[in-house]
Design a protein around this ligand. Structure first.
Ligand SMILES: Nc1ncnc2c1ncn2[C@@H]1O[C@H](COP(=O)(O)OP(=O)(O)OP(=O)(O)O)[C@@H](O)[C@H]1O
Ligand SMILES: [Mg+2]
Length: 256
């Protein structure tokens, strides 16, 4: 398999007169922890929406593992192993934490998830397998003590963890994380960063949108900077820190 998992060409999306996304070319490499940064309104979430099928692009192509997914629906893309989280978490407040986990597993059911179940001891029912897998992940995320609490009882940070758990249970090969640290207290943010590093260590390709620049610089191998829909820089964290175009993009947005 090619080293690239995602190949994007000429991807565009406008809202009225605003070019939200205008990306000429972007390739993402397997096992390279990559972050996207950029000022508010730069097009980061819209970019995620386009590559994960939650919005249709105006033009352009997206390939996931050499498969054209430009017109694919979100569920189809999730089944191919690319799963996203949302800037505003989409956990079900009126379900318990465990139910949230189990519900996600039953809705995606991609091939690799079924294969991972097949590896578990036989004669258990599928539901029992999903329950066990849910607990295994909740333990990893340190939310297992809340299994039977309603999701609405969780703090914002814990909801971020639950949303991450709901993604992981579907055995993604690619995880798109939209601001996994937003609104999270510093201690939990450290924990989430460690979890992200562990997932990357397990071979999951991670693309993260995040405003916490220190966190981004700490864990990313590659940083892509979006401004007004365009990629204005794409390099190592060290180079990005001192890139004049990047500094100007951020200063410009602060002056507005
Ligand atoms: N559904 C929509 N309708 C109209 N305009 C939109 C819509 N979604 C996004 N936009 C506009 O597109 C641009 C990019 O928005 P987007 O949410 O992708 O930015 P972002 O980089 O994720 O910002 P933030 O860091 O604040 O989350 C903004 O100008 C935004 O106002
Ligand atoms: Mg956003």
């Amino acid at each position: 398999m090619s080293n690239k998992y995602l190949e994007v060409t000429n991807l565009k999306k406008s809202f009225g007169g605003i070019k939200a996304v205008d990306v000429e070319s972007l390739n993402l490499n397997r096992n390279e922890l990559t972050s996207i940064i950029g000022p508010n309104g730069a097009g980061k979430t819209t970019f995620f929406d386009l590559i994960s099928g939650f919005q249709d692009s105006d033009e352009g192509k997206v390939y996931l593992n050499n498969k054209n997914i430009s017109k694919s629906q979100p569920y189809a893309i999730a089944r191919l192993g690319m799963i996203r989280t949302f800037q505003l978490t989409k956990v079900f407040d009126r379900m318990t934490v465990l139910e949230n986990m189990m519900f996600s597993a039953s809705t995606v059911n991609n091939d690799s998830f079924l294969k991972s179940l097949a590896k578990l001891p036989s004669q258990k029912t599928t539901e029992k397998k999903i329950r066990d897998k849910s607990f295994e992940i909740m333990k990893e995320l340190n939310i297992d003590h809340m299994a039977n609490s309603y999701a609405r009882e969780m703090s914002g940070g814990q909801k971020k963890l639950l949303e991450l758990g709901r993604s992981i249970i579907n055995n993604p090969s690619v995880l798109l994380l939209d601001e996994p640290l937003a609104g999270v207290n510093p201690k939990l943010a450290e924990e989430i960063l460690q979890i992200i590093l562990n997932l990357a260590g397990k071979g999951i390709s991670i693309l993260m949108v995040e405003h916490n620049i220190e966190a981004v610089m700490k864990i990313s191998e590659r940083v892509i900077v979006l401004a007004e829909g365009k990629v204005i820089a794409d390099s190592t964290p060290e180079n990005i820190r001192t890139d004049q175009k990047v500094i100007e993009a951020y200063l410009g947005s602060e002056n507005e």
